[in-house]
Design a binder for this molecule. Structure first.
Ligand code: CP3
Length: 345
């Protein structure tokens, strides 16, 4: 499918082919920093938006139409898989995601369903509507949460600062953690293959909270499952991007799972990371999202600095080290994208 795209910069860069400039998209590019997002959000709940294909498509298209990015990302959430498995999920304003039935015992884990793809059909339907709207202009990125990050939400019952209960489970009840992680991994493989069948052009696996783990725990409780998932995808010509906070430490292990791209957080020097990885592995990143609060000349300077550093490297996708914060000025995001698009090698 990627061969027919009018703008295939992202696909080319993901496969480490030469591009005239780095492609740009931003995590959380369809979100609360946009007035147009609120115009929709004020009428529906977040989950209603995700579950109504026409609305999910409207929101996916906002940054395409208003920002001119080089890739769209499906409007959904990483936690929809956990909901389909039986998690009672809600999103409360100012609180974030909540599961009213946390998974903390063998009985809770046994109750999680792995036969739940039909509950996620709305995602396939949304992808089809989005692809009609995109009309082959730019690629569409599909995504899922990685098992460890999903496990943390299920165990904690929501967001957590320290992942205390999750780590307690990994330490005291590793078999229980593995049982839940395997169930999530099985559902995630089916879910991502459903997204591929529905027409996404790239996949990103979000393991946002892997940075909480030690090297060995990352290997056993996160990497082991991510590797299984990536190996079981019907990839064809679809690149896989592996994201985690902590990637500047874990990148050498992440690449053993054979993604095409590793998304790097802002602690690392991107060029050093790139050169430490085997040929053919692309990098994505890694501007500190807080730069987008700054004055425009500062935004420009930091982006140009990153690009000068990456000059001559194929396989570079410009992104932030993590998502856009809701109170970042829209104008600054738009300006950053203009700066990227003016740049040419
Ligand atoms: O990037 C995009 O624009 C695509 C849509 C997208 C959302 N969530 C929409 C969303 C994607 C790719 C995600 C992934 C996601 N969701 C992650 C991984 C990425 C990351 O940030 O590390 C995680 C950890 C979640 C879980 C989640 N969803 C949290 C913690 C929250 C609440 C806190 C917050 O940051 O808003 C959400 C809600 C959420 N997901 C919103 C959006 C637009 C806000 C919903 C609202 O309008 O209230």
């Amino acid at each position: 499918m990627s061969t027919t795209l009018q703008n295939d910069l992202l696909i080319k860069a993901a496969f480490s082919q030469q591009t005239e400039r780095p492609p740009v998209w931003m995590m959380r590019q369809a979100g609360r920093f946009m007035k147009e997002y609120w115009d929709i959000k004020n009428k529906y709940s977040f989950l209603e938006m995700c579950k109504t294909p026409e609305i999910a498509a409207d929101v996916t298209m906002l940054p395409v139409d208003l920002l001119g990015i080089d890739a769209a990302i499906l409007f959904s959430d990483i936690l929809v898989t956990a909901e389909a498995m039986g998690g009672d999920l809600s999103f409360e304003q100012g609180v974030g995601p909540r599961f009213s039935n946390p998974v903390r015992s063998v009985k809770d884990a046994e109750a999680l369903s792995t036969n739940c793809l039909d509950k996620l059909q709305y995602v396939a339907d949304a992808i089809k509507v989005i692809q009609q709207r995109l009309d082959s202009r730019i690629p569409l990125i599909g995504f899922a949460g990685a098992p460890f990050t999903i496990l943390s939400y299920l165990v904690e019952g929501g967001s957590s600062k320290d992942f205390k209960l999750t780590k307690l489970m990994l330490n005291n009840q590793p078999e229980l953690a593995h049982m839940i992680l395997q169930k999530i991994a099985d559902v995630t493989v089916e879910y991502l293959n459903m997204q591929i069948a529905a027409g996404v052009n790239a996949i990103q696996l979000f393991d946002s909270w892997a940075l909480a783990l030690s090297w060995n725990d990352y290997r056993d409780f996160s990497h082991y499952y991510n590797k299984q998932i990536i190996a079981k995808l019907n990839r064809k010509d679809i690149p896989v991007i592996s994201f985690c906070k902590g990637s500047s430490v874990f990148a050498p292990m992440m690449i053993e799972a054979q993604p095409d791209v590793v998304s790097i957080d802002w602690n690392a020097d991107l060029k050093n990371i790139k050169q430490s990885l085997p040929q053919g592995i692309a990098v994505q990143g890694n501007l500190d999202p807080f730069v987008l609060y700054a004055d425009k000349p500062v935004i420009k300077k930091k982006i140009i600095e990153l690009f000068e550093r990456m000059r001559g490297e194929n396989g570079f996708i410009f992104n932030l080290g993590h998502g856009i914060m809701p109170d970042i000025p829209f104008d600054n995001v738009k300006y950053a994208i203009e700066v990227v698009k003016e740049f040419s090698y």
